[in-house]
Design a protein around this ligand. Structure first.
Ligand SMILES: [Zn+2]
Length: 316
């Protein structure tokens, strides 16, 4: 029998990261395609199916056997029903993507949420590998998270478990996108940090300051940037301490744009988290290791799990 692979796609608002992935988690062939979301969801779905079929054909042409398909998408995803329920940046509204792909390719298909898929990959193949209980927190425009236990997502009764971005950390803080004031996401996401700095510095909206720039200015000793950065770090530590009280994980993996600040984030955050631990065991706090391929590798893991192929390279 020829070597088995899965077809994996991570669909974003601007691009799709795609790969043929072996059961050991190694991508043997990768492709990137534009999403062109402005064409509307029906056209995007056509592109997804075309790209997936093209990858399966490529696998066969290379003497490989495609055994399953995994697709990760942003927004609200009903993983059990395989439906892309809602997405702001791709435009999905109740698209039964899993069944559409399974029918088109004639292969078992899994549909997952992009951040949760990325968290799954980080937990099993990346920075959380070998540690069993992992909380993956992606800090970018918002704050999303995935709680992974022994290689499987804990998704909750309604698919929304681990949403640490909406833990209340500052009751009198700025209003969150979810409508409530003071969520962690409204205080410590990359966009919240940029907004807070601009507000205090009274910088005009046409010269927005990114969180990365705030981190740089803080490292250079600018007092205002240091204050804003420390406020965000303290809020993150409050949120993560709540997460640790609930989940008692071995490792917290930080991903998303803000994690690219590296030690400028990790060093003060470790200290602030340490201060908040009383009887709880302190988790290892590390940066994500798989970069922007995490979502695609996570989609591959969902596909492998769907057909029950054990990944022998993983140390669970
Ligand atoms: Zn919220």
């Amino acid at each position: 029998m020829s070597e088995r692979v899965v077809v994996a796609l991570d669909v974003g608002g601007t691009g799709m990261k795609c790969a043929l992935v072996r059961p050991d988690g190694v991508a043997v062939s990768t492709e990137r395609h534009p999403t062109h979301a402005a064409r509307g969801p029906a056209a995007v779905v056509d592109t997804i199916l075309d790209v997936a079929e093209g990858l399966a054909d490529k696998a066969r042409a290379d003497g490989l056997t495609p055994i399953a398909v995994g697709i990760a998408v942003p927004g609200v995803v009903d993983e059990a029903r395989g439906v892309a329920v809602w997405s702001a940046n791709v435009g999905f509204r109740d698209v039964p993507l899993r069944d559409l792909a399974a029918t088109r390719l004639g292969l078992p298909t899994a549909l997952g949420h992009d951040v949760r898929a990325g968290g799954l990959a980080e937990a099993r193949l990346g920075a959380g590998r070998g540690t069993g209980h992992v909380l993956f927190v992606a800090i970018g425009t918002g704050i999303a998270a995935a709680h992974v236990v022994d290689g499987a997502h804990v998704v909750g009764a309604h698919g929304a478990a681990g949403e640490i971005g909406h833990v209340l950390v500052r009751p009198d803080g700025p209003r969150c996108g979810c409508g409530r004031p003071g969520c962690l996401e409204a205080v410590a996401s990359a966009s919240a940090i940029g907004r807070r700095y601009a507000e205090l510095a009274r910088e005009t909206a046409d010269a927005p300051v990114t969180a990365a720039e705030v981190a740089e200015r803080a490292a250079a000793g600018e007092p205002l940037a240091s204050q804003v950065w420390q406020e965000a770090v303290e809020a993150l530590a409050d949120g993560l301490a709540t997460g640790q009280a609930l989940f008692d994980v071995a490792t917290i993996v930080l991903g998303g744009g803000l994690a690219q600040a590296g030690d400028r984030l990790l060093t003060p955050l470790r200290a602030a988290l340490h201060e908040r631990m009383t009887f709880h065991r302190e988790p290892r706090l590390v940066a994500a290791a798989l970069g922007d391929e995490a979502g695609c590798l996570g989609a591959a893991l969902l596909a492998l799990d769907a057909v029950g192929v054990l990944n022998h390279q993983e140390k669970r």
